[in-house]
Design a protein around this ligand. Structure first.
Ligand code: GSH
Length: 262
């Protein structure tokens, strides 16, 4: 199988200006003796084309927190897919903004093509890597939950943007006591109804990752876990996602690399 490293070797290999890396690149790529015929190059091009491993570049601000890009990151990490996690400072935004489809991030570049809208990006990746639900109905349910999380993200924007700290505190308290408390009651009922430990069907979907990202990675970090005290099923879901080996590996790495996000 050709991975990202061997793909870049191939680019070196095919470059008309590179003579020396040709042989070593080929050896690393195929693990066999290099040959210089056109035929070999054609085989390699076919291998690369058929390897079906897109080059992903995810672009988002380096602040605040994980924001609207984290769900895509979680899906890619859970799926074990390589991607470039590009986080840029706000000072670079004016130069980047015009290159995005709607003047917003996150954007995902897939082999050079650009996709915007965080839920569209997440849904695309979830479908590709088997996390979207097993049939049309499950996929619709996963969409429903992901849309709910989008509403909850939007509801957190006004307190987040508020500049007056006293007013901001009041707004956050109201947001937690009303918006979040109400939603927690409703989601607890849904989890009880599904009764599998997951939001949709009997397997992990991107809906579970979206709830984990919002309720644990965002709310719990910011406000503590008091809001989960009467929500044993949501808490169990969060703990289940948190314990997934790939998610655990990613969050441990992320928390050491980006400690300012915690
Ligand atoms: N509905 C969009 C909203 C994207 C959005 O609001 N992005 C913000 C960052 S979280 C942004 O790009 N702000 C900069 C700007 O609008 O100039 C999505 O979910 O991707």
């Amino acid at each position: 199988m050709i991975n990202k490293q061997s793909a870049s070797n191939l680019i070196i290999l095919l470059s008309p200006r590179s003579k020396t890396p040709w042989r070593s690149g080929f050896n690393r790529l195929k693990g066999q003796k290099a040959g210089r015929s056109r035929h070999t190059i054609r085989i390699l091009q076919t291998d690369l084309h058929c390897s079906n491993m897109p080059v992903y570049k995810l672009r988002y601000f380096n602040n605040p927190r994980r924001g609207r890009a984290e769900l895509a990151r979680l899906i890619l990490h859970q799926a074990g897919v390589e991607f470039e996690d590009i986080r840029f400072p706000h000072s670079e935004w004016p130069a980047i903004k015009p290159s995005t489809p709607f003047g917003q991030v996150p954007v995902l570049e897939v082999d050079g093509q650009v996709l915007a809208q965080s839920n569209t990006i997440a849904r695309y990746l979830a479908r590709k890597y088997g996390l979207a639900g097993k049939n049309d109905w499950e996929q619709a349910l996963a969409d429903m939950y992901a849309d709910n999380i989008n509403d909850l993200l939007n509801a957190a924007v006004p307190p987040f943007m508020e500049k007056d700290p006293v007013k901001q505190k009041e707004m956050y308290e109201k947001f937690m006591a009303e918006t979040i408390a109400n939603h927690v009651v409703l989601i607890e009922k849904q989890l009880k109804k599904n009764n599998t430990g997951y939001l949709v069907g009997n397997d992990l979907t991107w809906a579970d990752l979206a709830y984990y990202a919002y309720f644990s990675d965002f709310l719990e970090v910011k406000f503590g876990s008091a809001f989960l005290k009467d929500a044993p099923l949501l808490k169990a879901l969060i703990d289940r996602v948190k314990a997934l080996p790939n998610i655990k590996k990613w969050t441990e790495f992320r928390n050491s690399k980006y400690p300012e996000e915690n």
